[in-house]
Write a protein that binds this ligand. Structure first.
Ligand code: FAD
Ligand code: FES
Length: 266
């Protein structure tokens, strides 16, 4: 794994995709050159010490020297980031976390994402081993909350689910997952990779355990240092032997290895 790089990037473009969802493209050649799928950047959102802590954001699609951060405005940090203008500097540390490792197998890879959890899978192009079939699912509340353009989603053959039925399958992502799994040929062993809100991850885990499907989860928990020093990103291990640190051991885990209880994930 490449050692993290500290780099002052420069905002190229900013775009509000939909209410509270932003896509900013940053010129950051050194980090862009070495990032692998599912790694993240720790972003200093202001020039001063308020807020003091950096904010972790998945590194989205990379084109040449430029990387994209696609994020939802939740609090002060992301609000400040969304206010950046073309030409503004952005202090980044990255890439952090382990790139995704896909276990060997032949069945289809089913990427399950909820809302802004779609970002890491947008970086996957050309980075996955082998020729396994890939199925992409993206769940949203409604068309008002889509985190990527319909054109970008169509390029990747993303299948939509929406809670209100306004886009794609009417229902949640786990219900769509179940329908897709039921449609696979007998004896197929899919691998599910999920990133999204806590309730979606818990629903996915319970479905996959019941159906004996191997599943990976990408965890997005609040972070302090981003490099394994402060323990603020600890999640309990399922074997009772303490905690994993999402920044250092993750962000992707076999869902059987981590406890995903309510309250532990946003
Ligand atoms: C590895 C990783 C990758 C991430 N990638 C993305 C991404 O690509 N796009 C994106 O929009 N968000 C992503 N997040 C979540 C993002 O880090 C938080 O939304 C952000 O730090 C909130 O900062 P804030 O100052 O705006 O909000 P704060 O004022 O810090 O918090 C506002 C609200 O957001 C919640 N919150 C705080 N931190 C997180 C967190 N880490 N995850 C979820 N909720 C949080 C708080 O509980 C609170 O309710 C990622 C998180 C991790 C750990
Ligand atoms: S954020 Fe400090 S140990 Fe993970």
């Amino acid at each position: 794994m490449t050692a993290p790089i500290a780099e002052i990037g420069r905002v190229n473009t900013t775009r509000e995709i939909s209410a509270n969802l932003w896509d900013i493209e940053i010129d950051a050649p050194r980090i862009s050159a070495v990032t692998r799928a599912w790694q993240f950047a720790h972003v200093r959102v202001s020039g001063g010490f308020d807020p003091f802590l950096r904010r972790p954001l998945s590194i989205g699609p990379i084109a040449g020297d430029k990387l994209r951060l696609i994020f939802q405005v939740r609090g002060e940090g992301t609000r400040l980031l969304a206010a950046k203008k073309s030409g503004d500097p952005v202090d980044l540390i990255g890439p952090l976390g382990h790139p995704i490792q896909i276990p060997d197998g032949e069945g289809p890879l089913i990427f399950l994402s909820g809302g802004i959890g779609v970002v890491p899978l947008l970086t996957l192009d050309d980075q996955l081993p082998g020729k396994r079939e890939r199925i992409f699912i993206l769940g949203v509340r409604s068309t008002a909350t889509i985190p990527v353009s319909l054109a970008e989603a169509a390029e990747r053959h993303i299948q939509w689910s929406s809670d209100d039925g306004s886009l794609g399958f009417h229902g949640n992502t786990v219900q769509l997952l179940e329908r897709i799994v039921d449609g696979l040929a007998k004896n197929t062993a899919p691998l599910v990779i999920a990133c999204g809100p806590g309730p979606m991850l818990r629903g996915m885990k319970s479905f996959c355990l019941k159906r004996r499907i191997t599943a990976l989860v990408s965890l997005e928990v609040p972070m302090g240092c981003g490099v394994g020093a402060c323990q603020s990103c600890a999640v309990p291990r399922s074997d009772g032997k303490g905690y994993y640190l999402v920044c250092k051991d993750g962000p992707v885990f076999d869902c059987r290895d981590v406890v995903l209880e309510p309250g532990e994930l946003p």
